[in-house]
Design a protein around this ligand. Structure first.
Ligand code: SF4
Ligand code: SF4
Length: 662
């Protein structure tokens, strides 16, 4: 039944037309390659990447993140669906066109071009035609959705003329492809025209409009050339517009993604070589960072989730990336700091990592920010309270500048063992500076210690020998202060044979897990909610199961999003909790990360204000937290609203639960 089915390639085109076609194809490909080469030259202005390419990983990333489009997730489900349709449709049509090219070239080489097709016939041809019809619909549907979105008043997209042209040209390519197929069906009077079901429908419309054998060839010829010229224009324009992400985005996604919360260390050797710290000039970014500037499609997903932007601070991760891109392209760009990116923009970031987490193209705005901050710090351009906190960390080993001897004040009357008291401890309880010096957070450390004692865990604390983890110093850009603090702590850990650490601070947890191994500090690090969960599972403690319907839980960024610990805290809370709309790895930020804790913004101008409203809207009477920074920010925010809502760490709720047990 399928025997004899095929189609003539370049039907209705004489030798001259074919020669012009090949010439235009060559020119458009040459312009495309020239455009890509110009971008590659820009990317190569950066310093060589610290990591070499892991090809196996790159193949895996291309399969999962590009071809399966798994990097599109989270917000904007309709846009994600439309992009998948457009991408898969475009890819299938591209492969189909390449197959036709192979058939044509192969047949020409075999001298069979005018006699019979090589493989473009029979059953293969039927499957090919049906597949192209289906994927063509996906392309047109996806592209049409994006056109429609651009017409909507609430669209967050930029409206550059080139973007309109690009998205319209995709619709035009898809639609004219079907029209040409309809005309071909009339012209060739093909058997089984229904296999090209959309094209067949078009042929019926054309026939209704008076197109027949007498006039179809000229209409087909004109439309075919229109389609081809749009296609060549599209290929040539690709590197010069938003479509550059088709190349840069694939390369960005193929490169091994660094884990959220990861920061590259700066070595003294680098500083001695360059005389500079961080990024003060474009050339100091890694090449992959410059490549990612071209991957950004300015979709605004990062901006939607940025807590600093939401709070009206002068930071939009999208604008930051686009400004850096403009700087990379500029002929005489001026200064990077101050002129292109303002210091107030950089200091507004909480390093919550929402932008890096959501970006479908693997762009990490937060990494540019921390790299640029390092330069500001090295130039002494941080002033006021945050600068003081860094000085105090350096001088006293904690951001309050208080004596190390006071580090155990929180444990008064609890008989908490230090590493000297209990040298054979199984687990080190890392208390952190907040619990050591902040009166409210001290209660959290007391609750944790009481729970450990009740469960008869062999634990110890470093007491006066503990120093600040350096986490906020590093995220603020003071790399060498961080390294000084980290190496001091690693030395102390080594002295006491520390292998396993628990901490109630997600910032310390992340630093101990991700930063310390860069300096040979390798430990098993658990959040206290994970460890307490194990004790509950072992029947040694009870979860805080009471207060059904009166508790909500605020996920800390560095716990849920950065370290993927969202379930463990919930296992310790009532089953019927009042969840906030944004929770788990999508939770809103309290505003204290990235060193923002040490900025003295008035409460009403703080970054986490919307998070307070969200918590209040649940109607809960208790906001459970699992981070000392979140505890402070949420407590201050709720107190300012005089809402009569208490904020407690999960350990405090659990300690209360145990006190109600026999
Ligand atoms: S950085 Fe990523 S999420 Fe943000 S605008 Fe660019 S592509 Fe979109
Ligand atoms: S890390 Fe958070 S605060 Fe910083 S730019 Fe990204 S989304 Fe905004």
């Amino acid at each position: 039944m399928t025997e004899g089915l095929s189609r003539e390639i370049f039907g209705n085109l004489d030798g001259g037309s074919r020669a012009v076609f090949y010439l235009l194809a060559f020119v458009s490909c040459a312009v495309f390659l020239w455009g890509i080469w110009r971008r590659v030259r820009l990317w190569r202005r950066g310093r060589p990447d610290n990591e070499s390419i892991n090809w196996r990983r790159a193949c895996h990333n291309i399969r999962t993140r590009v071809l399966a489009q798994r990097s599109l997730r989270g917000s904007r489900p309709r846009a994600s669906c439309a992009h998948r349709m457009l991408f898969w449709g475009f890819l299938a049509l591209l492969i189909g066109t390449i197959l036709v090219g192979i058939e044509h070239y192969g047949a020409a080489m075999a001298g069979k071009e005018a006699v019979s097709p090589l493989f473009h016939k029979g059953l293969y041809f039927v499957i090919y035609e049906i597949t192209m019809e289906i994927f063509g619909l996906l392309l047109v549907g996806g592209a049409a959705w994006f056109v429609g979105r651009r017409f909507r008043a609430d669209s967050s997209m930029e409206h550059r003329a080139a973007d309109w042209l690009v998205i319209f040209s995709l619709v035009v390519l898809g639609v004219t492809g079907y029209l040409i197929e309809g005309l071909r069906i009339i012209r060739e009077n093909t058997p089984l025209p229904g296999i090209s079901f959309v094209g067949y429908g078009c042929s019926k419309v054309f026939a209704f409009g008076g197109v027949d054998q007498s006039n179809v060839s000229s209409i087909h010829f004109g439309l075919w050339w229109f389609h081809s010229i749009v296609a060549f224009g599209f290929i040539a324009a690709l590197p010069f517009c938003r479509l550059a992400h088709a190349v840069a985005g694939v390369l960005s996604l193929a490169a091994s993604p660094r884990p959220l919360g990861h920061m590259e260390p700066v070595t003294m050797a680098e500083v001695e070589e360059t005389g500079e710290v961080g990024v003060g000039r474009l050339e100091q970014f890694e090449r992959r960072d410059l490549l990612r500037l071209d991957a950004c499609v300015s979709c605004g997903r990062c901006e939607d989730l940025c807590p600093a932007h939401e709070a009206g601070k002068p930071l939009s991760p999208r604008d930051l990336v686009q400004d850096l891109r403009g700087y990379m392209e500029a002929v005489s760009p001026g200064a990077l700091h101050g002129e292109t990116i303002g210091a107030e923009t950089l200091w507004a970031c909480t390093t919550c990592n929402s932008c890096a987490d959501i970006c479908p193209l693997g762009v990490r705005p937060v990494d540019y920010i921390t790299d640029l901050r390092r330069h500001l710090i090295s130039e002494g351009e941080l002033r006021g309270a945050p600068a003081m906190s860094l000085q105090k960390m350096q001088r006293a080993g904690n951001p309050w500048g208080l004596p190390a001897q006071d580090r155990l004040a929180w444990a008064d009357g609890l008989k908490v063992p230090t590493v000297q008291d209990n040298p054979g401890f199984d687990v080190l309880y890392w208390v952190g500076c907040s619990a050591a010096y902040d009166r409210r957070v001290m209660k959290v450390a007391r609750a944790v210690a009481q729970l450990l004692q009740r469960a008869q865990v062999s634990f110890a604390v470093l007491g006066p020998e503990e120093r600040c983890s350096g986490e906020s110093a590093r995220r603020m850009g003071d790399e060498f202060l961080f390294q000084e603090l980290a190496t001091a702590n690693i030395h102390t850990f080594g002295k006491y044979g520390v292998k396993k650490i628990i901490t109630h601070c997600p910032h310390c947890l992340n630093s101990l897990r991700q930063d310390y191994p860069q300096f040979d500090g390798h430990y098993e690090v658990m959040h206290h909610t994970q460890f307490l969960g194990e004790l509950v599972a072992a029947g040694k403690l009870k979860a805080a199961a009471g207060m059904n319907g009166t508790v909500t839980y605020h996920d800390p960024c560095y716990l849920a999003r950065v370290n993927d610990i969202a379930e463990a805290p919930r296992q310790l809370l009532p089953a019927s909790m009042n969840e906030m709309p944004r929770h788990g790895c999508h939770a809103g930020c309290c505003g204290a990360g990235g060193g923002r804790m040490w900025f003295d913004d008035p409460v009403q101008e703080r970054i986490g204000t919307n998070r307070i409203t969200e918590a209040l809207d649940t109607g809960a009477k208790t906001v459970a937290v699992s981070c000392p920074f979140c505890l402070t920010m949420m407590s201050d925010g709720l107190a300012a609203k005089d809402a009569g809502v208490q904020v407690c760490d999960i350990a405090e709720l659990m300690a209360e639960e145990q006190s109600n047990q026999p």
